[in-house]
Design a protein around this ligand. Structure first.
Ligand code: NAD
Length: 291
């Protein structure tokens, strides 16, 4: 896809972080922007921010865990702007209170929430928007946000949900290509990006939120690396270049390449699970490398 001006983009999780970065980039390219997000106050602020770029913007309070809410997002988008050409299934969360807990001890509520937003939210986006984009037949792109966690041995709810997004999106792209569709799919697998992801519990539904945070040292290290991560604007720039080049796998953080390679080699060598040297990574991150 090369021409974005005057087309319409829908972005879930568009009120913050990577989603907001994508929205601002869409606005800069002259697109109509539809932001779907569960957090009403942040959504209202994001609309103002994106409008400052002279874009036509609509905000729709959306809970991507709920299929009818995603359908409502499509309905509102088409009512406002007609055909949708870009869909970023981007909303995602991480369960802070599962950090440092063995995978078999993590609460069911964490699994349900994280899988609900990160995997089912993307699935509902795929089920809802693809028939619309196939029906109008214009050049379009659907980009699902996974994570580098999708290509690494990361077995908690976050990693499992992101592996699911990767597999789902690979399946979608194969089917689209078989049909000769003008719609392409892509999967975004970022490393650390400086966003509000570690405060995701702010939008957790229900009363089951037990702990906002954890004193797990791995989480502390991850937070430090997040602060040194790429900016949402850099990710947005990368994603648009990737779409113009018709890339499927979108990995904006080359610092992880060696690890992804060694993990793949471990699999093909029928060896043990690859492990990361977190201390070395932290040192490299503090020295300016963006993981
Ligand atoms: N920040 C990183 O380092 C990083 C790395 C890899 C992947 N990701 C992924 O990027 C995506 C965006 O996250 P971010 O880092 O910008 O975090 P963020 O917290 O800044 O933004 C996430 C947005 O999603 C919204 N959201 C949460 N639950 C929702 C729901 N049920 N329905 C609709 N919206 C909901 C939030 O309100 C928020 O606006 C997520 O899928 C995340 O897993 C982030």
């Amino acid at each position: 896809m090369q021409d974005f001006n005057g087309k319409t983009a829908v972005i879930t999780g568009g009120a913050s972080g990577i989603g907001l970065g994508l929205a601002e980039h869409c606005a800069q390219l002259g697109m109509n922007v539809v932001l779907g997000d569960i957090q009403k106050d942040a959504l209202d602020q994001a609309i103002v921010q994106v409008e400052q770029r002279q874009a036509r913007v609509v905000g729709v309070v959306t809970d991507t865990m709920v299929k009818t809410s995603v359908q409502n997002l499509l309905d509102e988008a088409t009512e406002a702007f007609g055909n949708v050409h870009l869909v970023f299934n981007n909303a995602g969360v991480a369960a802070g209170n599962s950090a440092g807990i063995p995978v078999w001890e993590a609460p069911d509520a964490d699994w349900q929430w994280v899988m609900g937003v990160n995997f089912y939210g993307v699935l509902y986006g795929v089920q809802t928007f693809i028939p619309h984009m196939l029906a109008h037949g214009e050049e379009s792109y659907i980009v699902n946000t996974a994570s580098l966690a999708a290509v690494m041995p990361m077995g908690g709810s976050y990693g499992v949900s992101k592996h699911g997004v990767l597999a789902l999106t690979e399946g979608v792209q194969v089917e689209l290509e078989q049909r000769g569709a003008k719609l392409r799919a892509g999967v975004l697998c970022p490393g650390f990006v400086d966003t509000q992801i570690f405060a995701a519990e702010r939008n957790r539904p229900g009363a089951e939120t037990s702990q906002i945070d954890s004193d797990d040292p791995q989480l502390a290290a991850a937070k430090a690396m997040l602060a040194n991560g790429k900016s949402p604007a850099e990710i947005a720039e990368y994603v648009f270049q990737a779409m113009m080049a018709k890339r499927f796998y979108m990995l904006p953080h080359p610092a992880w390449d060696d690890f992804v390679r060694s993990r793949t080699e471990q699999i093909l060598a029928r060896q043990d699970v690859a492990t990361m040297d977190l201390v070395a990574m932290l040192e490299r991150s503090a020295a300016g490398e963006q993981f």
